[in-house]
Design a protein around this ligand. Structure first.
Ligand SMILES: [Zn+2]
Length: 287
């Protein structure tokens, strides 16, 4: 299996000035779309398994599906399975013992000291097992899975808290709030580039951009120049999949061949993943 620790994968990207796409998988079809796109682009990628999909399908069925599809499609590029936005220490431990290569504990809704304490415990286990660990400081707005952070509650991460959090937890890569949001943007986002540069200069670690869907390309490229090495993409992938399926059904009202209908979604989503990979500069980096 071509699995690589998130720590190694993100560090390499950061050192070389590109970003790893962390693409959210929801079912067999979306896992297939991500894997085929990565192979075609010869790109290392992360497949994110998030809370909504875990609630609906279960951690192990999804994790095993990645294994099976890698084998079936003879995928050779480096793959990292990442646990996205876990709010439970126990769930992080479950993923750690079930061959995930990267863990995110999200304690951003907790008091600062509690966030540090639990993240630090997750990091310790992750490092003992050779996995990558992500933490989040500052609140990213929008809706992810079943959790909504109101725009007025979203907070831009300060340099001081980023540095304190990073040093005390030992995370390998750090999710910060610099003006992106989860879900669909109501207005075009404007990333706080100065803050990103300040955080990078202080923390000296790869930064993770959440809410990557709908951020204008030139802002994505600028953020990579300023230290972002992991970009989470979910909403745009779901949109492309669902829009393609809807379009197909509009034109072929009596097509009940499920595989054919789903294939339109897979093809559309695969194309978007490939575009993102090229935008992030990770194409051809599989070695
Ligand atoms: Zn996120």
């Amino acid at each position: 299996m071509p699995y690589v620790s998130g720590k190694t994968m993100i560090q390499e990207a950061w050192n070389s000035g590109y970003a790893i796409g962390a693409f959210t998988a929801h079912n067999l079809e979306t896992i297939k779309a991500v894997l085929l796109a990565a192979e075609e682009e010869q790109s290392p990628i992360m497949i994110q398994i998030g809370q909504k999909a875990i609630n609906e399908i279960g951690m192990m069925p999804l994790r095993n599906a990645v294994d099976s599809l890698i084998q079936h499609h003879q995928i050779t590029v480096p793959i990292c399975i990442h646990l996205d936005h876990s709010r439970k220490f126990e769930q992080c431990m479950e993923a750690a013992t079930r061959d995930f290569q990267s863990l995110m504990f999200d304690g951003s809704a907790l008091p600062f000291e509690d966030n540090i304490r639990i993240t630090q415990a997750v990091v310790e286990v992750a490092h003992a097992l050779g996995l990558g660990a992500e933490g989040e400081i500052g609140k990213i707005g929008g809706t992810e899975d079943d959790i909504t952070v109101d725009e007025k509650d979203a907070m831009i991460t300060t340099v001081e808290e980023a540095l304190d959090f990073s040093e005390r937890t030992g995370v390998d890569y750090l999710a910060v709030s610099i003006g992106t949001a989860h879900g669909v943007y109501k207005t075009t986002p404007e990333l706080k580039f100065d803050r990103l540069s300040e955080i990078k200069a202080a923390v000296k670690k790869p930064v993770v951009l959440h809410g990557g869907s709908g951020v204008p390309d030139e802002q994505v490229v600028e953020s990579i120049k300023r230290g972002v090495a992991k970009i989470n993409v979910d909403t745009e992938l779901r949109q492309s999949f669902i829009n393609a399926v809807q379009g197909h059904w509009k034109e072929n009202e009596s097509d009940y061949v499920l595989a054919d209908v789903m294939n339109t979604g897979i093809a559309s989503m695969k194309e978007v993943v490939q575009q993102k990979i090229r935008l992030f500069g990770s194409n051809g980096k599989a070695k």
